[in-house]
Design a binder for this molecule. Structure first.
Ligand SMILES: Cc1cc2nc3c(=O)[nH]c(=O)nc-3n(C[C@H](O)[C@H](O)[C@H](O)COP(=O)(O)OP(=O)(O)OC[C@H]3O[C@@H](n4cnc5c(N)ncnc54)[C@H](O)[C@@H]3O)c2cc1C
Length: 429
């Protein structure tokens, strides 16, 4: 029996893989990064239950580990898809696997590695060595080497330190043609880069962060190890503003609603007041779009003493001259330095200017930190896929290809899991 190919190893791809394999199908799961779990494993916790992502994901990883019908290819992308449903040919390329499956994740290689690289799992907040564990509960649990930074055989310290013969710095790219019955595309989302949103001045201050960066800042496995600290000076912020629809529902940026950012900011606001008992939070919004179980969540926020909800779109975040660029090195999203010592003692450098729709007045308020609730854009394209005006994959594709979850449109984890299960059923039929 031919396999079903799943492209994308986030929660949707993983869900489709275990559903299909447990129903007796052979599955090949292709993931471009070195680990499975996608964006969900980067979260501090997730609504509606606010449990850590390891909870749900660990069970799925165990189901994959115990199921011989699932073949996982990490570091792999699809180059070409051809042929009719039932007899499709898919060319895939796997990047050189410089660390193989003998790796026990002991970390001896990291200790001797002399090279640092920006930590892309933490959106450039901090660094790792060039040989590193891609994320704290990485699956597969093995180290990886960043070829862009590793100096290769000129160094070889990691090869000498590895007792298991798990490192081959001369490993090469592997190309393979997979013969498959059907394809599920579960490539998910990337966050929208707010650098170009005029007025919000994301690039001017390290204390203006995106919602995805904020997830990592809250996380115990993030750069602050669970302590929420202002990037510029390493102090806990006394006040935090959330700017909803940062670029979303705006024809110059993302004309659509990303569906999850309101619930994400409500979650973040509750996280902040729980973590920092003195800190005040203000959420500036156009409309709060929460539905289903997340409405309870809105109720909790409305009851919280230290959280204010202001109906009004933020026009400008003013950044004081002395704090401009403080602590930021290189391109913000890729190579940001989490510099806690850069400029102590500059409080309230950020002024949020908005119109309060309810009172009809313009407000100007100082905050220690601002979180931009930026939206979701589709991940990089897969060949042979039809796209809609926003780059997402509509359900209608050539026969045998089934897009799933956030690759189709923004949705939360619960909806993604249901959609991935539906795609698995369609592919099985
Ligand atoms: C700030 C924020 C907070 C959120 N918080 C919550 C929350 O608390 N609760 C909740 O329910 N939802 C939340 N969400 C939504 C949640 O992140 C999504 O529902 C979930 O990530 C969807 O999973 P997915 O597998 O479809 O996509 P992803 O998580 O994006 O996974 C896609 C996977 O595909 C891989 N991939 C992409 N392109 C390719 C390619 N060409 N080849 C191979 N692999 C590829 C990626 O590397 C990734 O591993 C939040 C979203 C945001 C923006």
């Amino acid at each position: 029996m031919r396999s079903i190919l799943i492209i994308g190893g986030g929660i949707s791809g993983v869900t489709a893989a275990v559903e299909l394999a447990e129903a007796g199908r052979e599955v090949i799961l292709v993931e471009q990064s070195p680990f499975l779990g996608g964006n969900v494993v980067k979260m501090h916790n997730y609504f509606p239950k606010l449990c850590p992502p390891a909870c749900g994901m660990e069970i799925n990883f165990r189901r994959i580990r115990n199921n011989p019908r699932i073949r996982v290819l990490t570091g792999t992308t699809v180059q070409h898809i051809s042929g009719p449903k039932g007899a499709m040919e898919v060319e895939v390329v796997t990047a050189p696997q410089r660390v193989n499956d003998y790796c026990t994740a002991c970390g001896d290689c990291t200790e001797v590695c002399p090279v640092e690289r920006p930590d892309n799992f933490n959106y450039g907040m901090g660094t790792t060595k060039a040989v590193y564990l891609s994320q704290p509960f990485a699956f597969p649990q093995k180290y990886t080497i960043d070829a862009e930074y590793c100096t290769g055989t000129a160094c070889s310290k990691c090869v000498e330190a590895c007792q298991y013969g798990a490192i081959d710095l001369q490993a090469t790219t592997v190309q393979e043609t997979l013969l498959v019955h059907a394809v599920i595309t579960a490539t998910g989302w990337k966050h929208y880069d707010p650098s170009g949103i005029g007025g919000l001045n994301y690039s001017l201050s390290p204390d203006i962060v995106t919602n995805v960066e904020f997830e990592r800042m809250l996380s115990v496995t993030g750069p602050g190890e669970g302590k929420l600290l202002r990037p510029s000076d390493g102090k806990p912020p006394a006040s935090v503003a959330f700017v909803q629809c940062a670029g979303s529902r705006d024809r110059n940026h993302l004309p659509y609603c990303s569906a999850v950012c309101c619930s994400a900011s409500l979650k973040h606001a509750l996280n902040v007041v729980e973590l920092l008992p003195e800190t005040n939070v203000t959420i500036f919004y156009i409309d709060l779009r929460v539905s289903g179980r997340n409405e309870d969540f809105l109720g909790r926020v409305e009851q919280a003493d230290r959280i204010s909800l202001v109906k009004g779109k933020v026009a400008v975040i003013e950044v004081s001259a002395e704090s401009r660029g403080r602590g930021v090195v290189g391109t913000r999203l890729e190579k940001r330095e989490y510099d806690t010592a850069a400029a102590a003692g500059n409080d309230s450098d950020l002024m949020v200017v908005a119109e309060d729709i309810t009172s009809g007045k313009k407000i100007k308020k100082a905050f220690d930190m601002v979180v931009l609730a930026t939206g979701i854009v589709p991940a990089d394209g897969v060949p042979a896929m039809q796209t809609n005006a926003f780059g997402f994959y509509p359900a209608e594709q050539q026969e045998g290809i089934f897009p799933a979850a956030c690759a189709k449109r923004p949705m939360d984890v619960s909806a993604s899991v249901k959609d991935a299960t539906a795609a698995a059923l369609q592919a099985m039929k």
